[in-house]
Ligand binder design. Structure first.
Ligand SMILES: Cc1ncc(COP(=O)(O)O)c(C=O)c1O
Ligand SMILES: N[C@@H](CCCC[NH3+])C(=O)O
Length: 412
């Protein structure tokens, strides 16, 4: 198995840490961003990369170099985006529980802020007063569209904690009008959920959202932005053809934007970074409990929690061809963590690997390292990428180690 022109087995031999690591293709990140830029060509647009998907500083800098802006959900993400060189006035701050100090920081940097609730608007006004700024805000509307995804990652239907309800819109418009020193309404936003595999779902939402734009404009507001959120899924099952692309997404809403003089904001996370990485692990051993077969690897739910958390499928493969005569069997691929939920894959048909064999979890660029923990004192893994020459492997994040943990107790 190769990452660009580099044999993954060779990277395993070369890296200093003999433990799981993430390996990215920088070229794949470039291709993913270019797919959005191509799809949006000719339109007024902003691609706001959702930093929560992967907050590696080198990846952020690369996306910024390609023209991306950033979508943020915490004060620390904003600080990191500034460090990575993003223009904060082209960034968007989202969230249902933003804190006053985070809002003041965002106001000071002229970040666009999405209003999520009544109390959120009150606090945004307070931040505007304290910072002495008129904050540009978008209303995050809950359009109640079913994204047809795992309930834990659906965000735009009626059971969701995010966004404002249609019935309250009038109240928000009045409040914005009467607080014009602190806030200026410049747009509307929605985000339906993540791993969406049908672009018709985005169209359903966009139809509602342009309706809101028209209505709010008729109330005398100058609306500049329509922000449709993120959420486009990727082909985790490696089924090939027909998985929707950024072009399919943009094409399905294009006619709704035509003639409306709007800047279109899209907030992709997963579809920019997920397929640009693998988690590389080693086989510790193979066992059977009589009922089930297990491949025990050195990676775990600490490095990659999506299968444990959502029952998510990520494709698993051996890095090198198996030894001659290796029997194929059905395995659960599990880690060493003391939890029965510690699995990377269930019921996978694989050749029986040898101890020490490399085994990768695919599509590990989004919500994998970003959600890694130090549970069982498994310190977070290092990250590498293959440069755009296709050959050079560069470390892009150091491994954590026990000293990092011990440093939290220094001087106590
Ligand atoms: C408001 C908002 N925007 C963008 C994203 C990015 O979503 P995705 O990674 O599915 O593209 C998320 C995460 O779901 C989100 O909550
Ligand atoms: N963490 C989720 C996605 C959540 C998106 C954030 N709103 C995942 O791994 O699929």
């Amino acid at each position: 198995m190769f990452c660009e022109d580099v044999k993954i087995e060779d990277v395993m031999t070369a890296v200093e840490e003999k433990r799981p690591f993430y390996l990215y293709s920088k070229s794949q990140l470039t291709r993913n961003y270019a797919a959005y830029a191509r799809a949006l060509q000719g339109m007024e647009y902003m691609v706001g990369y959702a930093v929560k998907a992967n907050n590696n500083l080198k990846i952020l800098e690369h996306l910024r170099d390609m023209g991306s802006s950033a979508v943020l959900v915490s004060g620390n993400e904003l600080k990191l985006a500034i460090k990575a060189g993003f223009d904060p006035s082209r960034c968007v701050f989202n969230g249902n529980g933003k804190l006053l100090d985070e809002l003041i920081l965002a106001a000071e940097h002229n970040v666009l802020i999405n209003v999520d609730s009544e109390f959120d608007l009150e606090q945004i006004c307070e931040a505007g007063r304290i910072a002495g700024k008129q904050i540009k805000v978008l209303l995050r509307i809950n359009p109640d569209v079913d994204p047809q995804v795992h309930p834990y990652i659906a965000t735009g239907n009626k059971n969701s904690k995010f966004g404002i309800r249609n019935e309250r819109l009038g109240w928000f418009l009045e409040q914005v009008k009467s607080h014009s020193d602190e806030v200026k309404l410049v747009g509307v936003h929605c985000h339906l959920g993540s791993t969406i595999s049908k672009v018709s779902i985005f169209r359903d939402a966009a139809v509602l959202m342009v309706g809101y734009v028209d209505h709010i404009r008729s109330e005398g507001f100058e609306i500049q932005y329509l922000n449709i959120g993120g959420g486009l899924g990727i082909d985790y099952h490696h089924e090939g053809a027909n998985y929707p692309t950024p072009t399919d997404l943009v094409n399905t809403v294009h006619d709704l934007l035509a003639g409306r003089d709007l800047t279109f904001i899209i907030e992709p996370g997963r579809s920019l970074v997920a397929n640009a990485a693998v988690l590389v692990n080693r086989v510790t051993g193979v066992k059977s409990n009589g009922n089930k077969n297990f491949i025990v690897i050195d990676g775990s739910m600490s490095e990659l929690i999506r299968p444990s958390l959502y029952g998510a499928y990520q494709h698993i493969e051996l890095v090198s061809p198996p030894a001659a005569g290796a029997k194929r069997a059905t395995f659960d691929v599990v880690g060493p963590v003391c939890e029965s939920s510690d699995f990377l894959g269930k019921d996978r048909e694989l050749p029986t690997p040898e101890k020490g064999a490399g085994i990768v979890v695919h599509d590990a660029g989004a919500y994998c390292m970003a959600m890694a923990s130090t549970y069982n004192l498994r310190m977070r893994p290092p990250e590498y990428w293959v440069e755009e020459d296709g050959k050079t492997v560069t470390k892009i994040r150091h491994a954590e180690n026990l000293d990092d943990h011990l440093s939290y107790f220094d001087g106590l």
